[in-house]
Design a protein around this ligand. Structure first.
Ligand SMILES: NC(=O)C1=CN([C@@H]2O[C@H](COP(=O)(O)OP(=O)(O)OC[C@H]3O[C@@H](n4cnc5c(N)ncnc54)[C@H](O)[C@@H]3O)[C@@H](O)[C@H]2O)C=CC1
Length: 388
């Protein structure tokens, strides 16, 4: 909880800090990477750096955290922090990196805001930073322990047992662990980081949701993204990885996982957002679940619908929408819940492009699903902006 003195200072300075956050975070990353270029090798996503997405995410998260501390001084936004903590553990963040970030972030604040940063102002924002960092460090320690791993050290090698081209731009890799050590368990809905060495020698990581229940062999399903620097890892995996190759994967992380109640489920996805849904369906089938599951998926066309056969086989009660080439009983156009009976008391999971998720969430709320029962995760660093 923020001290009363700091709360007053943070409240008074939030408008000016908030208005300068973009400049502050730009300066922060520039100075940190100039001094510590090794952080760009195997930790930060350079595509998101180039586009400014990471900067906006950091600025958004600080502003959101400070605002929540002021509005709800007795609560900690654990749900939002947990989302970040899982992403951090998936890339291997370690405690000491919070000290590095602190140094460059507060250097940037002093540089951008100049004389406005009195010792009182610096101390109050320092308290905000360490409240957030302390909560994340504690959560990350627990998540690493649950994954049976040392801090930052969940990487292990997996062999590509099979490569399957699903659609013109989506490929699945079926992976088996290298060595005898049993892999940490995966929950349906979780993702792994894949670490690759790019042609220029720099290591890059990306997260991919597991697209099967992940007993012995784990599957990831990757869409090629040609027109965005952040897509360089997916495109490299498509172009170069074949059966017999090895890949470096983190343990599975992510807190949007299938709940274990008996409430009816509604799985709502579009495009490559099919992956967690197929993992959940695979898990329900593997465990002989008797739960009612309604699966709804929208895509460009049947040919572009990755894992279409798996989804149809594992989801007896499903509706598919296609913008092109829809054939009955599938429907044409974008997803439209008119005429779809949503079971009472349902728990819903959403995954797909952000505008799709916004529409789908609103439609589910109109159909009577409680807001607390609609679960989703935004891929990439725009997490907080979407949450706010
Ligand atoms: N949870 C997340 O954050 C996810 C994010 N994405 C991101 O979204 C981007 C596009 O994903 P793709 O699989 O290529 O999707 P896509 O562009 O192929 O679209 C798939 C389907 O989503 C639906 N859709 C798209 N925009 C919509 C809108 N404004 N309103 C209603 N329905 C809409 C349409 O039915 C479309 O056929 C990717 O760059 C990916 O990173 C994708 C999946 C999950």
């Amino acid at each position: 909880m923020l001290s009363a003195e700091s709360a007053a200072v943070v409240r008074a300075t939030l408008p000016v800090v908030g208005a300068s956050l973009d400049a502050i975070t730009e300066r922060f990353y520039a100075t940190m990477f100039a001094d510590r270029p090794e952080l760009l090798d195997g930790l930060f996503n350079r595509g998101n750096q180039a586009s400014g997405e990471q900067r906006k995410a950091l600025a958004g998260s600080i502003a959101a955290f400070a605002t929540m501390l002021l509005e709800h001084p007795d609560e900690r936004p654990d749900d939002l922090l947990a989302r970040i903590a899982h992403k951090h553990t998936a890339v291997g963040v370690t405690d000491d990196q919070y000290v590095i970030v602190h140094k460059y972030l507060f250097g940037a604040i002093a540089e951008v805001l100049g004389d406005a940063v009195t010792p009182e102002v610096a101390a109050a924002w320092d308290e905000v930073y360490w409240l957030m960092a302390g909560a994340l460090i504690a959560m990350e320690a627990r998540i690493y322990a649950d994954a049976g791993a040392r801090e930052g050290g969940t990487w292990r090698r997996w062999r590509v047992a099979a490569r399957r081209d699903e659609t013109p731009d989506v490929v699945s890799f079926l992976l088996t662990p290298v060595g005898d050590e049993p892999p940490p368990p995966a929950l349906p809905g979780q993702y792994v980081s894949v670490q690759v060495v790019m042609p220029d020698g720099v290591r890059q990581l990306r997260q991919y949701t597991l697209s099967n229940a992940g007993g012995g062999a784990r599957r990831i399903t990757v869409k090629r993204v040609d027109d965005d620097p952040a897509g360089e890892v997916s495109t490299l995996l498509h172009a170069t990885v074949r059966a017999g190759d090895e890949l470096t994967l983190s343990a599975p992380f992510g807190d949007v996982t299938l709940d274990d109640s008996q409430a009816p489920l509604v799985l709502v996805s579009a495009g490559i957002g099919c992956t967690p849904m197929v993992a959940m369906l695979d898990h329900l089938a593997a465990t002989g679940s008797g739960r009612r599951v309604l699966t709804l998926h929208a895509d460009r066309s049947p040919d572009r619908h990755a894992l279409r056969e798996d989804m149809a086989r594992l989801a007896p009660e499903h509706h598919f929408w296609y913008e092109q080439d829809a054939e009955s009983p599938d429907r044409g156009g974008l997803m439209d819940l008119d005429g779809v009976e949503i079971p009472a008391g349902a728990v819903a999971y959403l995954c797909g492009p952000l505008p799709f998720m916004r529409e789908a969430r609103a439609a589910l709320l109109r159909a009577g699903v409680a807001a607390r029962d609609v679960h989703y995760e935004v891929f990439g660093p725009d997490l907080w902006l979407a949450a706010g």
